[in-house]
Design a protein. Structure first.
Length: 258
């Protein structure tokens, strides 16, 4: 039996579709975050992941969003995504002890146990500066100290007492030096971050080759969740360096950049 659709039926179907679409689009990030939290409490990890991903698709990011998304993947036993999102959260909140702790738990699930080579003192120094503050954080400190310096200069300009002028001028110079120092530290950290491109392996087993083609000799293989540094690219290949100093070429599709 054929079902005939009148123009009225078609119009009602279109209207219902538009209303449902509008309702889903009209949900705020806070509502989606709350729904994801509820799904997480019910131990419905996949629903929580889908809702968190919906927020990410709206171009909204935060350390807490990445952290909760990583927790949901961790509960599902998905090693690579959990490590990836913990690392993303750590980029936004490098001092957060909960993120650091959970990341270490996730890394223990990795099959590969890599012993890193000792780092140069310059590398350790740059990492310490990067962990202390992000480029944005250093910029904020530069602005704060500059404002304090302006306040000290105004104090120097309007005060009449000699000892206050000396004190305010000294504070002005110190704030100016601190502001410039924070500015240049922010530039250094930003440059260091751009130069060092890291990624997480996402396939169960990733084969590393000596050259960017599958006909070359296989150097070694690693498993999902391993953090690697991208040092070169060629077409759809990436040359990677791992913590113990070994290098090799892999397909770009096997990893996700941080």
């Amino acid at each position: 039996m054929k079902v005939l659709l009148t123009p009225l039926h078609i119009s009602l179907c279109i209207l219902a579709f538009l209303l449902s679409s509008w309702n889903s689009q009209g949900q705020t990030n806070e509502e989606l975050f709350a729904q994801a939290g509820s799904a997480y409490q019910r131990e419905d990890w996949q629903e929580a992941i889908d809702l968190y991903q919906k927020i990410l698709h709206r171009k909204y990011t935060s350390a807490s969003l990445y952290y909760n998304l990583a927790n949901a993947h961790y509960k599902k036993g998905e090693i690579a995504p959990s490590i990836y999102y913990y690392e993303k959260a750590l980029q936004l909140a490098p001092k957060d002890p909960m993120i650091q702790t959970n990341l270490s738990y996730a890394q223990r699930m990795c099959l590969d146990k890599i012993t890193p080579v000792p780092k140069l003192w310059t590398t350790r120094l740059m990492e310490s500066i990067s962990w202390a503050e992000s480029p944005t954080g250093w910029a904020i400190w530069a602005i704060i100290t500059l404002c304090l310096g302006i306040g000290a200069f105004l104090w120097y300009y309007f005060t009449e007492r000699i000892w206050m002028k000396r004190l305010s001028f000294t504070l002005f110079i110190l704030c100016l030096v601190c502001s410039l120092g924070c500015y240049f530290l922010g530039r250094i950290v930003s440059h260091y971050t751009l130069e060092n491109d890291f990624a997480i392996l996402f396939e169960k087993e990733v084969r590393f080759y000596e050259a960017p083609n599958t006909y070359s000799k296989e150097a070694f293989s690693l498993h999902e969740g391993t953090k690697v540094e991208i040092i070169d690219t060629f077409e759809d290949w990436c040359k990677l360096k791992i913590a113990d100093g070994r290098t090799g070429w892999v397909k770009k599709s096997t990893l996700r950049t941080l």
